[in-house]
Design a protein around this ligand. Structure first.
Ligand code: PEP
Ligand code: MG
Length: 850
């Protein structure tokens, strides 16, 4: 009856056969391409996923039919061929067809040793992978006649039957076990984690064995044409005489491929074969449009190419390879862009822990700022500064950092904090500075007084001990780690300039200092989208004046302190405008509660009392009076501007005078002034009136005219809801999604790190909303704000400047919502430029397919 007929659906891999990756898998398709290139590929038969699925469900395949493709005494291998190489698959089985008769034949052609070695290898892999016997019984035996006899006996004892002699039965069992392995739960979970769908099938590839064992030059090897870590063109790989499969990478005795002073090479041994291999590699690269690793064998001087797989590569190598393929005209620039993962770029901007080196991790926490640095532990900002003064790199380890640690952070090579999340102070500042940073390491026990750090495994570290912070992985490592330097070379820049040619949303940087602005320019940001001016007041000389201003008893005293701050602020803005050379600069007026500028220790308060020439009790009382229960919801942002308007007046004057200074130097700048933490239209009216008045005064005094734009930072839910009326007085709205997330959820951005893991693990939040924009909730507010704002003012500029601005998902959201630009930490600018290009390119492809 028809239904008992063995399945006969398989295909000879010829240049014209119908082979498709979705049915036969990537390997079968790749082998067909190699065949079309006329490469010496041994005869191959491909089983489609439908056939393999049927085998797994118990049907039999026509093994005699398959074997008939391989001559009278077939010796074959079976390899997995899923649609995507990343989806894994069962282990390859070599030498199917070995039995006593085949062994006798091999003895004649290849000698006893070779015949024993091949037979033993087959018995071992059949016993382990097909019969699923205990690997300990079969692994590790050195090939010999005795080892072969032992293995055959062990098999017969365990299975209660002799080792199968019939090649058709051997093949049927191999196919069945590989088909079943694919259906197993762990294999399914593994491939689904790599993006495979629930229905993803497995193709199988049956191939004539090319021996690699013989009398003349015989062996096997693996060859590729780029360095997998750097991506530089370079023949890499190994060759091992009298071997099979990937032995050359695993076993002792392998030799180099190219001529090498360190030892013998294939190029010396067989220069013609080596030259053929290089030619095959070049053809593969051009036709498969990819850097491939070639698996080859040589049998009595005859070369065979068995397989080609995409070269495994680091992020930096991926970028180099994509750009080189585009430069050689093999792929388009658009394709090169799409082949580089935006997130991988941030790895190229900083030192990275070399994946090839050892790593001794003592804690895992939140990866707050990428890169890696090694240094001696310090437990205070003062110690960090002292260490920097001695020229010794240090890692600042603190419970958490505060604005007064800014100088300590500048002095440190890396930062590790016990508390905090991705938008806490340490994280935001470290990203801005490009410092590797790990936060929220709550498994650590930190004793700042004893200057001692205890790891979860009980190890203790003291001040001066050397550790490495890996901010990319979110780990701290004991001791020194091997580091790879950044890869900001010409290749990197060219890829990003291609990205700029296609993207359709602007990218600016959040930059507070001239150094940040310079980084922003180096990464080719299109301006500054957020300059947090408070960071300009934390330098020691300014902090004293700032504190005098805060402690002023009268408006007159306050004015006197502000007059001293004015030229400092003006210089800051002149420098920023100068560095940005005509690109837009958006300056946010003072935002944090004044209490943040005060010392937090008794010692600090005493020093302040001395500096202000006031009794300590006075200073302490005033500091206590400024403290608030909920400072993040207290007197900060525009509320300061309304209650103490002189501060914003001074800042506006400094901005306008800097604008004039730049104009005198022959350049033009149109500053953008942004009001933080707005929640009501009236706040904007009040501030605008005063700023307009300051502008008028500066114009009159200088006799020069200038333009400026006034905008609002939307970071309270009410500002988003009332954006329609707020936009009457605003040329732009910039969404501060850090505070907006904090206030929408009612979730402290500085404390959420403590329970965020639990929340994410239990599926309460799909992701940390401070990290990945919550498009459902906060996103809805963004939509409402943007829509209502634009309804009032069609030319309203819209942007995002929270930490989300640099994330591909948020960029996609903002682009769809019609935003003009995103603004992110300078070090995320390259990633944002590439992510924006990906979005534009994918849209283009989708449009073309409609
Ligand atoms: C924000 O709240 O999103 C923002 C950019 O401002 P900050 O992080 O300085 O509060
Ligand atoms: Mg904010």
């Amino acid at each position: 009856m028809q239904k008992y007929d063995p399945i006969a659906e398989y295909t000879d891999v010829t240049p014209t056969a119908q082979i498709r990756p979705v049915t036969h898998g990537w390997r079968a398709k790749c082998l067909q391409r190699l065949v079309r290139l006329d490469l010496p590929v041994p005869r191959t038969v491909a089983l489609p996923a439908g056939t393999v699925k049927a085998i797994a469900s118990g049907l039999t395949v026509d093994c005699h039919g398959i074997l008939s493709h391989f001559g009278a005494d077939p010796l074959i291998s079976v390899r997995p061929s899923p649609e995507n190489p990343d989806w894994g698959g069962p282990a390859t089985v070599l030498n199917i067809g070995m039995n006593a008769a085949r062994h006798a034949l091999l003895v004649k052609t290849h000698g006893n040793d070779a015949a024993d070695a091949l037979y033993l290898r087959f018995v071992q892999s059949y016993a382990i992978h097909v019969a699923r016997l205990d690997p300990d019984m079969f692994e590790g035996a050195q090939p010999s006649a005795q080892a072969l006899r032992d293995a055959l006996r062990a098999y017969a004892d365990e299975m209660d039957e002799p080792f199968p002699e019939d090649p058709a039965r051997q093949l049927a069992e191999v196919l069945r076990s590989m088909a079943r392995a694919w259906e197993g739960t762990s294999a399914r979970l593994l491939r689904q984690a790599k993006g495979a769908g629930p229905e993803a099938g497995l193709g199988l590839v049956v191939q004539q064995m090319a021996q690699g064992i013989g009398q003349g030059i015989s062996g096997s090897g693996v060859m590729q044409f780029v360095d997998p870590v750097t991506g530089h063109p370079q023949v890499t790989g190994r060759y091992l005489g009298q071997s099979q499969g990937r032995d050359a990478l695993r076993r002792q005795g392998a030799i180099y491929l190219t001529r090498d002073p360190r030892g013998p090479s294939l190029e010396d041994l067989a220069p013609e074969i080596f030259a053929d291999l290089v030619n095959h590699g070049t053809a593969c690269r051009a036709r498969l449009r990819e850097e491939m690793q070639i698996e080859f064998t040589i049998e009595d001087g005859r070369l065979a190419v068995l397989d080609a797989v995409k070269v495994q590569r680091s992020s930096r190598a991926a970028l180099k390879i994509a750009v080189a393929l585009a430069d050689d005209g093999i792929i388009s620039r658009a394709e090169a862009l799409l082949r580089v993962e935006p997130r991988a770029l941030s790895e190229l901007l900083h030192n990275q822990v070399d994946p090839r080196g050892p790593r001794d991790r003592f804690v895992k926490a939140i990866a707050a700022s990428p890169g890696a640095a090694t240094g001696r532990i310090v437990f205070s900002s003062a110690a960090a500064q002292a260490s920097a003064a001695r020229g010794e790199p240090c890692i600042l380890v603190k419970r958490e950092t505060a604005p007064e640690d800014i100088r300590g952070m500048h002095s440190a090579a890396g930062v590790l904090t016990e508390r905090g999340g991705v938008t806490s102070h340490a994280a935001v500042i470290a990203r801005g500075l490009g410092l590797p940073c790990v936060v929220g390491a709550s498994d650590l026990r930190l004793d700042a007084r004893e200057k001692k750090l205890t790891a979860p495994d009980g190890r203790t570290f003291r001040e001066g001990d050397i550790i490495t912070v890996d901010g990319t992985a979110g780990e701290a490592l004991a001791g020194v780690a091997d580091l790879l330097p950044p890869a900001l070379d010409d290749t990197f820049r060219r890829l990003l300039s291609w990205a700029d040619d296609v993207r359709d949303i602007g990218v600016r940087a959040n930059a507070d200092t001239p150094a940040d602005a310079q980084t922003a320019r180096d990464f080719e940001a299109q301006g500054i989208g957020l300059c947090r001016t408070e960071h300009m007041f934390f330098d020691e000389d300014r902090l004293v004046v700032m504190r005098e201003m805060i402690f002023a008893d009268t408006a007159k005293d306050r004015a006197a302190a502000l007059v001293r701050l004015l030229p400092m602020q003006r210089d800051d803005f002149v420098q920023l405008f100068d560095i940005m050379r005509g690109l837009p600069v958006c300056i946010r007026l003072l935002d944090p509660p004044l209490h943040e500028f005060l010392p937090h220790s008794r010692e600090g308060l005493r020093e302040l009392a001395e500096a202000l020439d006031k009794p300590l009790s006075d200073v302490t009382r005033r500091a206590e009076a400024l403290a608030e229960f909920n400072p993040m919801l207290g007197m900060r942002g525009v509320r300061l501007g309304i209650v103490l308007p002189e501060i914003y007046d001074m800042q506006a004057q400094a901005i306008f005078e800097a604008t004039i200074e730049i104009a005198r130097r022959g350049a033009t700048v149109v500053p953008e002034i942004m009001i933080p933490l707005v929640s009501a239209k009236r706040e904007v009216e009040l501030v605008k009136t005063r700023i307009d008045a300051v502008a008028a005064k500066v114009r009159t005094k200088s006799g020069m005219d200038f333009d400026y734009k006034l905008g609002v930072m939307v970071e309270t839910p009410r500002a988003a809801l009332r954006a329609g009326e707020i936009a009457q007085h605003a040329a732009f709205l910039s969404f501060g999604t850090n505070d907006l997330t904090q206030m929408t959820y009612g979730l402290s951005r500085d404390d959420a790190g403590r329970f965020m893991n639990t929340y994410v693990q239990q599926g309460v939040f799909p992701e940390d909303p401070f990290h990945v924009l919550d498009v459902d909730g906060v996103g809805e507010l963004l939509h409402i704000g943007a829509g209502r704002g634009r309804a009032t003012r069609g030319d309203l500029t819209l942007s995002i400047c929270g930490e989300h601005g640099g994330h591909p998902e948020s960029i996609a959201f903002c682009r769809k919502a019609g935003f003009d630009y995103v603004s992110c930490s300078p070090y995320r600018v390259p990633l944002a430029r590439l992510a924006a290009a990906h979005l534009a390119l994918t849209d283009r492809v989708e449009d073309e397919m409609k």
